[in-house]
Design a protein around this ligand. Structure first.
Ligand code: TPP
Length: 287
């Protein structure tokens, strides 16, 4: 398990570099993979109680990728904790996607709790799993689900939000990747979700809002989550940047999904690495 901010940021850098490599091989949902890369790195490589050698253990934290199109960033984090070789992820993407592909599928990847891709479905399933854990008197494990801000337009999200409060699911942690964009443009211009923090508060949730591309904040908020046996579900409203870290992709709806060429790849790698070493100093290169 990674503990220091430097280690986590380095791990997030690696995930971004790997995402870009995948993106030279196949169209992936790169914009929303990059926006949630920091949170996913901290979740999989620091926060979750999860044993890759025993993925069906009763005592595991559960993860449901409600924005199921962010499967690349999920698979790469699973590879980072040893679920499979990262080279397998590359090889299978280079072929036809194989076990990893555009959306998370538990028929082919045993580390995927629930197959997702149809937006608005993961959150209700996560709510059901959290209720089941509570019925089984499991007071330790949590259920984490990651949604998009565009996904908040799905009515099923709010049905689950109501039920989570009714059944006092303090073991449920919903994470919203608020990058401001969905597939066809800005969330505010499509349907619009208004003030999400206020909405969840009115629904009765414990609401925490922070910069979801700031590793210190992410870690701090994971460290301070209410206990799994508390009685209110928690939502982490993560303010992020779509395409985070790659300037030509940032805040560009067209980079919701896509493929890049070799020149774009090399240019992006250089920017990401330069920025990382600018922050952490030249010695970090030798790590
Ligand atoms: C029910 C449903 N409708 C439409 C789609 C097509 N779709 C895939 S991703 C996406 C945009 C999602 O936006 P958001 O939730 O903000 O995700 P992010 O920007 O983080 O990728 C859409 C509309 C879908 N997968 N499921």
């Amino acid at each position: 398990m990674l503990k220091k901010i430097y280690e986590l940021e380095k791990a997030a850098l690696n995930i971004r570099l790997q995402l870009l490599k995948l993106c030279t091989m196949q169209t992936i949902h790169i914009g929303g993979d990059l926006s949630i890369a920091d949170v996913m790195t901290a979740l999989w490589q620091y926060q979750m109680k999860y044993d890759k050698d025993n993925p069906k253990s009763e005592n595991r934290d559960r993860f449901v990728l409600s924005k199921g199109h962010a499967s690349a960033v999920t698979s790469l984090n699973q590879a980072a904790i040893g679920c499979f070789e990262v080279d397998d992820v590359f090889k299978e993407y280079a072929a036809d996607g194989g076990r990893f592909s555009m959306h998370s599928c538990n028929l082919v990847n045993p580390y995927v709790e629930v197959s997702t891709g149809s937006l608005g479905h993961g959150m209700p399933v996560a709510c059901g799993i959290a209720a089941a854990l509570k019925l089984k008197k499991n007071t330790i494990n949590r259920v984490y689900t990651v949604m998009g801000d565009g996904e908040q337009e799905e009515g099923s999200v709010w049905e689950a939000a109501m039920n989570s409060v009714k059944y006092q699911l303090g073991n449920l942690v919903a994470i919203v990747d608020c990058n401001g964009f969905q597939a066809d443009g800005a969330v505010s211009e499509i349907s619009g979700i208004g003030n999400l923090a206020e909405k969840y508060q009115v629904f009765g949730w414990n609401v925490i809002e922070f910069d979801g591309n700031d590793m210190s904040k992410i870690k701090e908020n994971f460290d301070n989550l209410p206990k799994a046996d508390s009685d209110k579900p928690t939502v982490l409203i993560c303010k992020t940047v779509k395409g985070k870290g790659v300037p030509f992709m940032e805040n560009q709806a067209k980079w919701h999904a896509g493929k890049i060429n070799e020149e774009q790849y090399l240019q992006s790698v250089k920017i990401l690495e330069d920025n990382f070493y600018l922050k952490w100093g030249k010695n970090a290169r030798e790590d």
